[in-house]
Design a protein around this ligand. Structure first.
Ligand SMILES: [Fe+2]
Length: 291
């Protein structure tokens, strides 16, 4: 069966059909998938049941894997795989686990070298709800009013896990919080060279070189623009679906709108991307912010 890429209607997304995830991809297939990924930002592979190890092996073909910041969520046998589940070891609802990833963000934006891609594989899902939403940040940038674009383009921001609202701190081991990092507010994609909005509500703390109140107001305005429904598509999960999403040019958000007594379990891998600023430049920008 030959590989087929079928665009999903909407601002992003494509189905990849005819791929066996347990067989190493040919160079042509990998190129076709990477091209579709850069163009459509979210790829969906349906009806491909995978173990944690198989997801790990499949994901590695797209680059180096980046383990999760919270060690307790790593898969015990396959540490590059993160367990995303809404239940603790005893089968009780785990609110901290369930609320991870709820709110617009891109993965590992609090890391100096943030993620290129995330792959999420559905092992168990509730009978309704729990969709994952995605938003196309190229489109948010391309359609942005000039007045707003001029205020954010060329700016840098400080990022950390939980951002200015200190969200979702329960996932961190005590004392494990990494130092703040710097990324551009508007990022140029390393492969497509297109610009997109990289700051996100979940991880961005402040715009560097701007008084805090002004930074907060500008981030509010920017995020309100980016959260428009016309930039979005949502995945309605089926067991054995795998979604691979862009973290460099798309936002995503989970939701906890499903029956909480039902198990929701995923395997996740994260593929490392590239730094957005040189280390010396980052130190200089953090010093401006501290002054
Ligand atoms: Fe996420």
């Amino acid at each position: 069966m030959t590989l087929e890429i079928r665009d999903i209607e909407g601002p992003l997304g494509a189905d990849v059909i005819g791929l066996d995830p347990l067989v190493r991809m040919t160079a042509d297939d990998l190129r076709a998938i990477e091209d579709a990924f850069c163009r459509r930002l979210v790829l969906r592979f349906r009806d491909m049941p995978m173990s944690a190890q198989e997801l790990c092996d499949f994901s590695r073909q797209f680059g180096e894997l980046q383990p999760h910041i919270a060690k307790r969520y790593r898969h015990p046998d396959v540490p590059d795989v993160v367990l995303m589940t809404n239940q603790d070891d005893k089968g009780n609802f785990d609110r901290v686990g369930a609320e991870r990833g709820v709110g617009w963000h891109s993965d590992l934006a609090y890391d100096r070298i943030p993620a290129k891609a995330t792959l999420l594989h559905a092992v168990a899902i509730p009978d309704r709800g729990g969709n994952t939403k995605f938003a196309n940040m190229y489109l948010a940038f391309d359609t942005m009013p000039d007045r707003l674009r001029q205020k954010v383009d060329g700016r840098f921001a400080r990022f950390r896990q939980g951002g200015r609202l200190a969200l979702n701190q329960g996932i961190m081991e005590p004392g494990a919080a990494p130092a703040d990092v710097v990324h551009p507010v508007i990022r140029t994609h390393p492969q497509t060279q297109r610009k997109s909005v990289y700051a996100n509500p979940y991880h961005t703390v402040s715009i560097i070189g701007m008084p805090r109140a002004e930074s907060d107001a500008l981030l509010d305005e920017l995020f309100e623009w980016c959260a428009q429904e016309r930039f979005q598509w949502q995945q309605v999960w089926r067991v054995a679906d795998t979604i691979m999403w862009e973290n460099r040019s798309a936002w995503h958000s989970g939701s906890v709108d499903y029956p909480l007594d039902q198990l929701r379990k995923f395997y996740r891998t994260t593929v490392r991307g590239t730094a957005t600023v040189e280390q010396r430049e980052e130190s200089r920008l953090l010093a401006i912010e501290a002054a």
